[in-house]
Every structure is written in structure tokens, then in C-alpha cells.
Design a protein around this ligand. Structure first.
Ligand code: FES
Length: 108
């Protein structure tokens, strides 16, 4: 089954290159706009769940505020440890002013 899309924010909420945390259906998600494209990724670091929205953001990489792991927010790829696992990135749809993100279907 494919993901379900939920409204996460509006385009006017985002500033270019500034992290924007939201909760979508109970999931902590971080949004960021880069050159007009919106990316969405989990707000939980894959090391021990540091809050990525509170980290530094530079170019296209977020640095976890707890132990300094870095991730590319476009792909979720780990760029630097201690985290070893990539972060989850969500599909994003923009319709008019509204930003929707796709959450994986819940397991029954
Ligand atoms: S919790 Fe993110 S690097 Fe440790």
C-alpha cells in the first residue's frame, strides 16, 4: 500500500534554509526549503534520537545537536557518524500554498 499524505505546513511558514519542525499524525518531522524545493525528514537522529531541528544546517546538511552526526536532508544519507543509519525522508507534495508529506501506511 502506498503512503497517505497529510498536511504538514504552508509554504509561507518556511524560510529558505531554515529548519521547521512539525508534528504530522504524531510523527516528529522536520521541513526545510532549499532553492524553492521542500524536503521533509524525520526529526529523530538515528543515533539516539537527538532533535535534528535544533541542530545546525549548512548547505544541504543537518548536524545533530547531541553528538554531531551529519545527514544530507535530500537523501537522508549519513555524512558523518556517530550515526550509522540514514535518516528517513518523506515524500513531499505541494498543492497551492499547502505542503503535504506522505507517511508510510500504519501496520495493522
Ligand atoms: S543523537 Fe544524534 S549524533 Fe547522537
Amino acid at each position: 500500500m502506498s503512503e497517505e499524505f497529510y498536511k504538514a505546513a504552508e509554504l509561507r511558514d518556511l524560510r529558505e534554509g531554515k529548519l521547521y519542525p512539525v508534528e504530522v499524525d504524531g510523527e516528529p518531522v522536520c521541513l526545510v526549503k532549499l532553492e524553492g524545493i521542500v524536503y521533509a525528514f524525520t526529526d529523530n537522529c538515528t543515533h539516539i534520537s537527538g532533535p535534528l531541528n535544533q541542530g545546525d544546517f549548512d548547505g544541504c546538511a543537518v548536524t545533530c545537536p547531541w553528538h554531531g552526526a551529519r545527514f544530507d536532508v535530500r537523501s537522508g544519507k549519513v555524512l558523518r557518524g556517530p550515526a550509522r543509519q540514514d535518516i528517513y525522508t518523506y515524500p513531499v507534495k505541494v498543492e497551492g500554498e499547502d505542503i503535504y508529506i506522505g507517511l508510510p501506511p500504519e501496520e495493522e
